[in-house]
Design a protein around this ligand. Sequence first.
Ligand SMILES: C[S@@+](CC[C@H](N)C(=O)[O-])C[C@H]1O[C@@H](n2cnc3c(N)ncnc32)[C@H](O)[C@@H]1O
Length: 348
Amino acid sequence: MGEGVRTVDLFAGVGGIRIGFERAGFKTVFANDFDKSCKETYDLNFSGTKLTVEDIWKLDIKEIPEFDVLLGGFPCQAFSIAGYRRGFRDEKGRGNLFFRIAEILEERKPKAFMLENVKNLKSHDGGKTFKVIEETLKKLGYHIKSKVLNSMAHGNIPQNRERIFIVGFLEKEKAEAFDFPKETPLRLNFRDFTSNEAEDKYYYNDKPLYEKIKNDVNSEFTVYQWRRRYVRANKKGVCPTLTANMGLGGHNVPIIKNHKGIRKLTPRECFLLQGFPEYFRLPNIADSKLYHQAGNSVTVTVIERIAKNMGDVLKGKTMNSQSNLSFIVERDNSNGNNRIFPMNTLKN
Ligand SMILES: C[S@@+](CC[C@H](N)C(=O)[O-])C[C@H]1O[C@@H](n2cnc3c(N)ncnc32)[C@H](O)[C@@H]1O
């Protein structure tokens, strides 16, 4: 574990990566994102280091406090097949944010980093984009490993979410010693994360879409998506990838059926299905913003396992590549809902 190892949380969003690393003992000394509404969620949940709201291009790299590990789930639009397919050539500069990370690595030379992005980063532009990323990181002196992990296979979270993780160390031996977490059985079902009670506004009953979906949304054990013209049923018990698009309104939020009818997942359920703990507080802001934040975030339990392995390697300990997940689920008999309890609490 990474007790006391200092991290900077870049493209921090609402802090999903931070929770995972702090559970593995790391200490966050700086956090940045340029989205003000993320700050509302972030600062409500973390004491100690608060979110600095600033465009990363405007940050003075010298002013970032001393740190050991750089963390960044940098924006994926430009790299995503679902996005613009423009990679480094995105004229809004989105793809180029990787090069800002490279500048920070070059100037500050932290011992290690972990970057996260969509799976398609690897195949974008026939693999050229990823090659540039790898070569840039290697030129900066880092020894890297990368792997696609799925939340349902590596984080015991019933969400089909594949993301690529790139981990680098300055010391070659550390990179060699590091391994990504192995697969772990999925013991939970999306129903462990959904509530019997949800406000009426989340139900489609009586709304125009109801007629179009009522025949297809017919099982309480499946999560559905509305794909403009038809309903798509997902793998039994598993939620589809939660995306930032959920915040765009419409019917982008996954749909479930229960005894009361057909409804979309609530923002709270989306956070839980990203492995956020129940005690994570959601500010009183528009649902659209919360859906966006949840979809943009990471699956905390996957991050936690990577962080534990990085921590062990950085501390020179033998890595436990089958590290356990630090949360448990119990049924609350008073209302029939399951509750997800973290084994340890948020640290500063
Ligand atoms: C994919 S999200 C990462 C979310 C984060 N990992 C979490 O757990 O919530 C990317 C984040 O990068 C931020 N971002 C995009 N461009 C930025 C820039 N130029 N400067 C600072 N932050 C930026 C966005 O606001 C967004 O929150």
